[in-house]
Design a protein. Structure first.
Length: 291
């Protein structure tokens, strides 16, 4: 094929350079592949397990029981926060969703190394599908929380629905952004996964899951409190509290300016997503050789 013919094809509007990816936007053009990878992830999650999907309830249940006994009963937080079990479980569900999403997206490329080596497809499909799998396993926990809240006297409103949707959006964006960033680095240097494990180790403690935001406000310097509140996970947990816990304890103290904090946290999450995509795009050309 001569040069003139090649240039003719390049000017064709339907022509696309083989192996060229357009980032997360390219994932939307491969929805069928995305569904297949998600189905594989869901099907193999508890493959060979006797309890299977029951682990989606057993693990957070055991985690809740441990924290409730130690933090709620022994340390006495249960006396300071009305409906503390709902408060606690709301935060646990949010943090578990973030933890699983970030963990899965970070290891998505390495876990699918055989596909990455052999065929071309948008590499972002793997971390995005990992987010989808985490969302599927998050829903049973959220449903269990909803059932318990309803039996405790919970009632629904449009504000609660909006808070829940924004909270889920915040966690997905922030975790996917971090997952793209660390997942790309993890394909080159396996140290990234250990760094993510450290982040996840602190995730429960740097957001108001086991304690009230007021404890940080009253003890921390003002500048540190402001940083704490614009943390996307803090905003997400407080939005989950507004959804499931606040209707049961409507007179409880809430953060002043939560909407502003949530908007700033959303901007931070979107920046994390953008930076993660740029780093992923920069390094994805070396994945096949590094894996």
């Amino acid at each position: 094929m001569n040069t003139r013919t090649i240039e003719k094809y390049r000017k064709d509007p339907d022509y696309a350079t083989p192996g060229k990816s357009y980032g997360l936007l390219h994932v939307l053009q491969h929805r069928y592949l995305l569904r297949l990878i998600m189905k594989k992830g869901v099907a193999t999650r508890y493959y060979g397990s006797a309890l299977g999907w029951a682990w989606s309830y057993v693990k957070p249940g055991a985690q809740f029981l441990m924290y409730y006994i130690v933090i709620g009963v022994i340390m006495g937080i249960n006396r300071d926060i009305d409906f503390f079990p709902i408060y606690l479980f709301s935060g646990i569900v949010a943090v578990n969703f973030f933890t699983e999403t970030l963990h899965n997206t970070t290891s998505a490329i390495v876990d699918n190394r055989e596909l990455v080596r052999k065929i071309f497809l948008p590499r972002e499909l793997f971390p995005v599908s990992a987010c989808g799998v985490a969302l599927v396993h998050f829903l049973p926990q959220a449903l269990l929380l909803l059932i318990v809240a309803i039996f405790s006297g919970w009632t629904v409103s449009w504000l609660q629905i909006i808070c829940f949707i924004v909270g889920v959006f915040l966690i997905l964006c922030f975790a996917l952004g971090l997952g793209l960033f660390f997942g790309a680095i993890n394909a080159v240097y396996r140290d990234a996964k250990n760094f993510v494990d450290m982040i996840l180790m602190f995730a429960t403690w740097i957001s108001p899951v086991l304690y009230s935001f007021a404890m940080v406000r009253d003890r921390a310097p003002e500048w540190l409190y402001q940083i704490y509140m614009v943390n996307p996970m803090t905003a997400s947990v407080e939005l989950f509290h507004n959804t499931f816990w606040l209707p049961l304890a409507p007179h409880s103290e809430r953060p002043t300016g939560l909407l502003t904090y949530a908007l700033i946290a959303s901007a931070i999450a979107l920046c994390a997503l953008l930076i993660g995509q740029l780093v992923f795009k920069k390094l994805e050309g070396t994945f096949a050789q590094r894996l």
